[in-house]
Each structure stands twice: as C-alpha cells, then as structure tokens.
Design a protein around this ligand. Structure first.
Ligand code: 3H9
Length: 693
C-alpha cells in the first residue's frame, strides 16, 4: 500500500484512509493507492464494508490542481470513481471539512455518504475555468435532480451538510463521524450494494426551460465560458445514458483545461495564496492583536471597524465630536444590519458583535489599543495632526497604521517615535466587503509589523498584498495610467460609451467613465491640482475632466458627469451637454476626432497598465507580477478569468504588448515611455510568469 493511502480493519469493516496534507488532494499517488485498494478489498473475504476516510483537516478537497499543467497521469480520476462504484462491497464516504470537486466526485462513486454537520460540499471547478471532470456533472443530477445540480455545478458555490442531506447528496449527518460511520458500515455490511441508474436522469424541465436557464447562466458568467459548458454537460445527463454523458464530460474537461481562461483562473487561485508569502516577511512573526482603534468613523473608518468587529477584535472608533461618534456607531450598526438582512449574520451574533464596539470623541480609547488605524480625510496636514496626537496617546509599542490611498506615510509620521511600528493599511471601499488590503511598507517598518497586518487581513478574510511606497501604491498608481489613457482616448474621438462598452465586453464590471462618475469626479480634480507642480512639463494634459467638474458636474451625486443620471437611478445615460462640452474642447484644440476599434481601446488600456506595472516592479514597489494581478483582480474588478493584467499580458504575448506600448510611446513621447522591463521581456517574448519565482 502507498504512503498516502492506508488500510486498517475493524472486524468486518475496512477503513481506507487518505493522508495527503494539506487538503488531501486526490493527486496521482492517492489515485493509485485507492485504485489498488478496490481489488484488494473486493478479494478479502473478511471485509464486508469499506469506509473511505481522510486524515488531517478535511476529506479530499479536490483533484491536485498542480497536476493540471502536465498531461493527465494514470489512473485517471473518472476511472477510479467508476472502479469504486463497481466494487463488490459497499463503500461509505466519511465526509468532513471541505468536500470539493474531485473529493465530492470520489464520494459520489461511493455507495453511501455520511457527513459531519459542519462539512462544506461543492463542485467549485467552474471557478478554475473547468467543469467537474470525474462524473460530477453526470452523477449529481441523477441524485439531486436538475435544479440543485445546475446550481452546484454552474455557480461552484459550496453548500452546507444539511442542505446536501436535503437534496440527497448525503445520506446521514453524524456528530461523531468515525463512530457513526463504523456503525453505519456494520449496518450495511453484507447487504446488496446500491448502484446508480445509468439511464438518462429524469426532469420536468422542457427544452424551452433549459434554454432559458442557459441564457441566465451565460448572462451571469459575463464572458467566462466554463459555467456555460458545465451547464451543457448537466443538461446532457438528462438526455444521454451515463457512459455517454461521462465521455462528453471528459472531453469538455480536457478541452477547458487547456484554455487561457482556465490557466488564468488557476493562476488566480495560486496567486491569491502566494501573495501571503512575500520574501520581505520571511521569518517574521505577527504580534498578538486584541483591540483595534480606528481614527475617523466616516464611510471608510466605519467599514474598517465593521471588518475588524466581524473578525472578532474589540474595536474603538475615535471621532471629533459626540455627534460624529454617534453617526459612526450608526454606520457600523447599519453595515451589520444589512449583513443580517442578507442572511450572513444572525441577530444574536450581530448584537454580540456590536457589543465589542465603543466610540469616543477623544483619543482616550487609543491608550490600550494594540493597533491604531487612521482613516481620516486624505490630506497630509490632517493626517499629520492625527499622528501627532497618536504619538502621545498610543502606547509606545502600539502599531500605527494609515489608510491613506495615495500619500507617502513618511510625510506625516516623521515626528512619531519608533517608526518601525508604522505601516500603511490601504483598505478598499466598502471596507467591510472588499477583500483587498495593500499593506504598505515604509523604509522603517519592522517585518513583524507587516506580518501583523497580513495576519489581521487573514482574520478579516481579506487578501493582503505587500506594497512599497509610491503615489497611489500598486493599485491606484496603475489606475492613474489607465484613467489618464482613457481620458486621451476620449479627447481623441472615442466616446465614453464606446470605451466603457469595450472594457465591459472585456470583462470589467464597469468602464472607466462609469467608474469615475460613481467615485465622484471631484477626487480626480483635487488630485490633479495636487500633482500640477510635479507633473512632467511635456506630459499631455486633457482638460475635459476639469471642464466637466467646473460646470458643477461631479458624477452620480450631481446626476451629471460623463453621463447623465435620472433621479434615484445609477443607470448611465448619454449626456448631450457633456458630449457638447467634449466636442467644443476638441474643436478648441483643432482636433479631428478619430475612430477606434474596441480591440484597439482594450489593447491600449491594457498596455499602459502593464507598462506602469513594469515600472512598479522595477522600483520594487511590488515584489512579483502576481502581486499586481491580485491587486487588480481583488480591488479593481479585473476579471478573474483573465488572471490580472500581467497574466493577460502573458496570454496575449509580451511581444505584442510591447509593440502596442511602443506605438503609444512613439505617438506621444511626452506622456508615455516604454518601461525597460517591458522592453526586455517583450523583445524576447518572455512571460511575466517567469518573474513570479
Ligand atoms: C477538481 O477537483 C477537478 C475534478 O473535477 C476532475 C479531475 C479529473 N490542489 O486555501 P488554503 C493548497 S478541481 C493543489 O490556503 P484553506 C493551496 O495551494 C479542484 N493544491 O487552505 C495551499 O498551498 P500552500 C477542485 C491545493 O484552509 C494549501 O493547499 N477543488 C488544492 O484556507 C492550503 O490551501 C478546489 O477547487 C488543490 N486542489 O482552504 C478546492 N487545494 O500552503 C481548492 C488547496 O503551498 N481549494 N491546495 O499555499 C480550496 O478551495 C481551499 O484550498 C480549501 C482549504 C477550502 C480546500
């Protein structure tokens, strides 16, 4: 028997145990071990039932995703699942932890499933750009019926054990899994082994119903192909016998595995985990955190406080007045109330959570805080005065963090003693929902302090990415290049509708101009004024955004920006006034508007982001291209199925991205210079993936 699969015996019951840390992925060695176990136990007259169990923290959590880059190694999972199902003795899967993908498929090959009540069960393959490839699309519908199977397979979202029991995926729930699985096995020992009916599954759905469901899946997928192909495979379970459905599923799995989308989603999966391990944190130990104080209880501060409360910390919000403190308390309560409404939180937990919040109109609560997060107005002097007060009010070893989104923290913290305890924690709004946090390292920040930021983010179920200091850090700096180029394209002749439409077709949730209108155009206006003194003299400056703001139009709030908005609606409608203003400016500049293809817009906006990202890498603001990808995916809506701008550059070819950027720089050398890093990689058509380490 192999190291990762062992067999023990309890009387007439054999227990087959998979032990393949960390998540018992069913890689080649596990498959081989199970493959060998089936005939061995079939041939053992002393064995009348078999329990499939796992050591460690979970039942099998899926196929080993790392194997997907090579050719499939035998024995293949679909064959193994079939072999278990054809066994002469009943196999009982003992489920706990996260039973996902190939883990659930292996369990579906077993004849019975018994689960601990806290088990999460699902088929997340679509989120890796593939579909369940070991019978999940064929066996699930035969057990659960159409509706549940479509939901499980096309959304990839896991369900709880209770729901799994309701839809038939689980036969019984068991608090004491080992004991009850054994009792269950003894019960079914020697009985006839139930087999899945290989005939097409039955449904009341008409072809028109299926078509309608498919349209819904396609719409939700927003350009991602795997949910739609997975849907088609489930539908086939109702039209084809099992063996033919399995062939279709296998062929689709192998095809999808090779797509750029699947490669990008696998990259996203590993990148999201790799960002937690930057080289700068090697050997660092996070400090213990119990109490977090948040300075400023506005939209951002109350969002951060909500996230911290939800993660189990004691939280104090410091505001400037009693009224403002009450308003902050109300905002947090409102955030929690909407979680209750969405079924994410019970009322009892909400009350207990809120009980850990205090608010104050003075710096008193800071005196026993382990971590203070400043979230006041984005203005150097305002932040400096907060840090002046923190220098006196906070314990000398408390970690002090700023939520600045643009400003160099050293500009307003120089007067604070022990600078090794200072870092940036750049949350994204709404901070209790958005999962990204940029952890910003100053030249003095101690690695343990950074590690504490990472540990806090993890407790908040957020993803932290390490960033050095530059204007806008990783995310907003790249956004700056993107927005600037979008503005040039607009001035040159593309419409806001065309640019936004092209970027949405590319997979962004919204285009740049809808995003500007939503965020409020006054923010960019203020930034441009701030940057005026340092802006390179020969850099092109489009006045259009300033002209719009100077009309008193700041976007959705004033119902007029790049678009027009009806009262109470966020739908962006064409604005004849803004269009006229843009036309006047073009005429003033003596420009003849030119036309663009959507692909040109997408390639241009992609190239300037990658070019800026290359500068960020060269300046060591970001450690690896994957850090940039995660920032863009988690903070800016970059489609996961494209894997972020750097992965997208690899898919397009860095040589092509370089050629696009060279064209941009040649046309406007004052505004754009090709990054030497992009030049190096692109001229050799080498991928960014090679820099991920
Ligand atoms: C599939 O099954 C296809 C089949 O239908 C068909 C086949 C023919 N493979 O997330 P964590 C690593 S597709 C390889 O930090 P958690 C992970 O990279 C698969 N490695 O822990 C990390 O490594 P490191 C369907 C994997 O407790 C370490 O394990 N299944 C895999 O927060 C710990 O992971 C899925 O999509 C894997 N399958 O969460 C499930 N899974 O320490 C994917 C994890 O070096 N996995 N690793 O950074 C998950 O969703 C979460 O990992 C899980 C645990 C919920 C299981």
């Amino acid at each position: 028997m192999s190291d990762v699969v062992t067999i023990t015996r309890e009387g007439n019951v054999a227990i087959v145990t998979v032990d393949n840390p960390p998540v018992n992925a069913v890689g080649q060695a596990v498959r081989q071990g199970l493959w060998d176990a089936v005939p061995e136990l079939d041939g053992d007259d002393g064995v009348e039932a078999v329990i499939l169990a796992c050591a460690g923290r979970t039942f099998i959590a899926g196929a080993d995703i790392r194997e997907f880059d090579g050719g499939a190694m035998e024995p293949w999972l679909p064959d193994l699942v079939e072999r278990i199902h054809a066994a002469k003795k009943p196999w009982i899967a003992a489920l706990f932890g996260t039973v996902l993908g190939g883990g659930l498929e292996t369990a579906l090959g077993c004849h019975y499933r018994i689960a601990h009540p806290a088990t999460k069960i699902g088929l997340p393959e679509v989120s890796l750009g593939i579909l369940p490839g070991a019978g999940g699309t064929q066996r699930t519908p035969r057990i659960t019926g159409a509706a549940a199977a479509v939901k499980l397979v096309t959304t990839g979202a896991p369900i709880g054990a209770q729901e799994a029991e309701k839809i038939g995926l689980v036969d019984r729930l068991a608090e004491d899994l080992a004991a009850e699985a054994l009792a269950f096995a003894r019960d079914v020992a020697g009985r006839d082994v139930p087999r899945l009916d290989p005939a097409p599954a039955q449904t009341d759905l008409t072809p028109a119903d299926w078509d309608e469901l498919r349209t819904e899946v396609e719409k939700k997928a927003r350009g991602q192909i795997s949910p739609v192909r997975a849907f088609d495979a489930v539908r086939a379970a109702f039209e084809l016998p099992l063996d033919e459905g399995m062939k279709l599923e296998r062929a689709t799995f192998l095809e999808l595995k090779e797509t750029d989308q699947s490669k990008a989603l696998r990259h996203a999966f590993f990148a999201e985990r790799a960002v937690a391990k930057p080289a700068a944190l090697k050997g660092a130990t996070p400090r213990d955190l119990d109490k977090i104080a948040v300075i400023g209880g506005g939209l951002m501060g109350s969002g951060i406080a909500t996230a911290a409360l939800n993660a189990g910390y004691d939280v104090a919000i410091v505001e400037q007045s009693a009224d403002a403190a009450t308003a902050a308390q109300d905002r947090v309560a409102g955030n929690l109330a909407s979680a209750v409404k969405r079924g994410k939180l019970s009322e009892a937990v909400r009350d207990a959570t809120l009980a850990r919040l205090t608010t104050a109109a003075d710096f008193g609560p800071v005196s026993d805080a382990d971590l203070v997060i400043e979230a006041v107005f984005e203005e150097t002097e305002v932040k400096r005065s907060v840090f002046d007060r923190l220098a006196a009010a906070a314990p000398r070893d408390a970690i002090l963090a700023t939520n600045t989104s643009y400003i160099d923290p050293t500009k307003f913290t120089a007067q604070v003693p022990n600078p090794e305890r200072i870092m940036g924690l750049h949350f994204f709004s709404p901070a209790h929902i958005m999962r990204l946090v940029e952890v910003v390292k100053t030249p003095a920040t101690h690695p343990d302090v950074l590690a504490t930021g990472f540990a806090m983010a993890k407790k908040m179920r957020k993803v932290a990415v390490l960033s050095g200091i530059c204007d806008g850090f990783i995310g907003n700096r790249i956004l700056g290049a993107y927005g600037r180029m979008a503005g040039y394209l607009l001035e040159d002749g593309a419409s806001a509708q065309q640019i936004d439409g092209a970027m949405k077709a590319f997979g962004m949730p919204m285009g740049p101009f809808e995003m500007f209108d939503m965020a409020g155009l006054q923010i960019g206006y203020a930034n441009r004024k701030r940057e005026a003194a340092t802006r390179p003299a020969d850099q092109r400056y489009s006045r259009i955004p300033d002209l719009i703001v100077e009309q008193g139009w700041t976007g959705q709030k004033t119902r007029q920006g790049y678009y027009r908005y009806e009262e109470g609606s966020r739908a962006a409608l064409p604005s004849p006034e803004t269009d006229a203003l843009i036309a006047t400016e073009r005429a003033h500049l003596g420009m003849t508007p030119r036309s663009f293809t959507d692909e040109e817009i997408v390639a241009t906006l992609h190239a300037v982001q990658v070019n800026e990202a290359c500068k960020i890498l060269a300046e060591k603001i970001a450690e690896r291209p994957l850090d940039i990808d995660v920032v863009k995916m988690m903070g800016y809506g970059y489609p996961r199925w494209r894997g972020g701008p750097m992965q997208e550059a690899d898919a397009r070819g860095t040589d092509r991205v370089l050629a696009t950027m060279q064209g941009i720089a040649a046309a406007d050398p004052g505004s754009w210079q090709v990054s030497p890093l992009l030049s190096d990689l692109g001229s050799a058509a080498r991928p960014f993936a090679g820099l991920n380490g």
